[in-house]
Design a protein around this ligand. Structure first.
Ligand SMILES: NC(=O)c1ccc[n+]([C@@H]2O[C@H](COP(=O)([O-])OP(=O)(O)OC[C@H]3O[C@@H](n4cnc5c(N)ncnc54)[C@H](O)[C@@H]3O)[C@@H](O)[C@H]2O)c1
Ligand SMILES: O=C(O)C(=O)C[C@]1(C(=O)O)C=C[C@@H](O)C=C1
Length: 365
């Protein structure tokens, strides 16, 4: 039986551990610097064995998966180069930035290691093993960045290990990966945080401002609630691409400001229409692309107990909700309740039962 070591049992490492444990016949060793995380993983049968020493775990491994923060995974890979390992160890990672780890992998001198980088394009604003889920990567794009020496045999070995994730695997160079994730993942995180900072600044003038922050603001800033340590690390590791995107953005905003100042309403309409068409054309409901949850929009009235009634119907149907949000509910008017589910079949079942009770329910892409 092969031994798989996962170093870093947080949201991503924990989710992969759960998935591998469920689908593969391997001995799974978890390594983490936090004792409480290892205890949790053992108690919940996410791993077979826990170790605090990376070196001890690595010496037993056939496959090593690095799932610590990006800069820590680079350090762990460097440590592997001088360790006593089994023959032909496959090493992979899940880092959100691929350049630094790829450079380290290309500089490895140990002939025992083959590195095939990995990045599952799904996640959440939560952190830690408690938030991990075996199905987190279902339908997500899983990017692979193999080093030059890696063959199809190595890549297939990794795909086999991860086959239970039901992800779609693609291969990119580290540079292509970092440029594209810079655009669709890293830079949007900066913008979300910047919007929150802007609101915070304006609150000094209008203390009522946060109460006006309805669906739009909440939707676009969800990811500002992500793990600051992880994103600080990502921004620094992808510093050059971030700098280019910042220049690009500043130029774009200046253009928009000129259009407004010059009353170019046609151009602004075109700008917004282009963006709408592009956004509408993104594939819906694929985790990793745009939202990771399956949402239902339920029209409810602002009556005492209205929310409880909906929740009771959902609970009676044996369904669990991962998030609830009231998007607009003003006195006496109907409003929209957004219920998020982890799986599509739960979303559809909830729609069915609520409709039986006469609720107007919508699914929006
Ligand atoms: N959160 C996401 O949405 C997401 C998605 C895809 C990839 N990633 C990448 O996955 C990696 C992990 O992110 P996460 O969201 O799971 O973070 P997390 O904070 O939930 O988990 C990180 C874990 O690594 C452990 N750790 C830190 N240093 C370690 C070390 N030296 N040795 C062993 N364990 C160590 C921590 O104790 C923690 O349990 C990062 O590289 C991140 O870029 C994150
Ligand atoms: O859904 C989220 O909260 C995420 O931020 C996930 C997300 C992203 O889409 O940007 C974040 C970082 C990753 O490396 C991959 C996915």
């Amino acid at each position: 039986m092969e031994t798989v070591v996962i170093a870093g049992l947080g949201l991503i490492g924990g989710s992969l551990a759960r998935n591998i444990h469920m689908h593969q016949d391997v001995h799974l060793i978890g390594v983490d610097q936090r004792e409480s995380t290892l205890e949790y993983a053992l108690q919940h049968h996410i791993i077979d064995e826990a170790m605090t020493s990376f070196q001890e775990a690595a010496s037993k491994a056939d496959i090593i998966l690095l799932a610590a923060p990006v800069s820590k995974s680079v350090e762990l890979l460097l440590q592997l180069d001088s360790m006593d390992l089994q023959k032909d160890v496959l090493v992979t990672d899940v880092s959100s930035v691929k350049g630094p780890i790829f450079q380290q992998a290309a500089a490895m001198r140990s002939g025992k290691i083959t590195f095939v980088g990995g990045h599952p394009m799904a996640g959440s604003h939560k952190q830690g093993i408690e938030a991990s889920k075996a199905h987190l990567f279902e339908n997500a794009i899983y990017v692979m960045t193999p080093v030059q020496q890696a063959t199809d045999v190595h890549i297939d070995r990794l795909k086999q290990l991860l086959s239970g994730t039901k992800s779609t695997f693609i291969t990119l160079t580290a540079d292509e990966h970092d440029e594209m994730t810079g655009v669709v993942s890293h830079f949007p995180h900066l913008i979300a945080s910047a919007l929150v900072q802007q609101a915070k600044k304006w609150e000094a003038k209008h203390s009522f401002l946060p109460k006006l922050a309805a669906g739009g603001f909440r939707d676009i800033t969800r990811i500002a609630s992500s793990n600051p340590g992880m994103w600080q690390d990502i921004f620094f590791q992808n510093k050059e691409k971030m700098a280019v995107l910042l220049d690009d953005w500043i130029e774009e905003m200046q253009t928009f400001r000129s259009l407004l100042a010059e009353d170019k309403s046609e151009e602004i309409h075109t700008y917004l229409t282009d963006a709408k068409n592009y956004r509408d054309g993104l594939e819906p409901r694929k985790k990793g692309a745009i939202p990771g949850y399956y949402d239902l929009y339920v029209d409810i009235t602002d009556q005492p107990g209205a929310l409880q009634k909906v929740l009771a119907i959902i609970a009676d149907a044996g369904l669990s909700i991962v998030n609830i949000q009231i998007l607009e509910l003003r006195e006496g008017l109907t409003g929209v309740l957004r219920l998020s589910f982890a799986e599509q079949k739960m979303q559809l079942k909830a729609k069915g039962v609520l409709e039986v009770f006469g609720y107007e329910v919508k699914i929006q892409d």
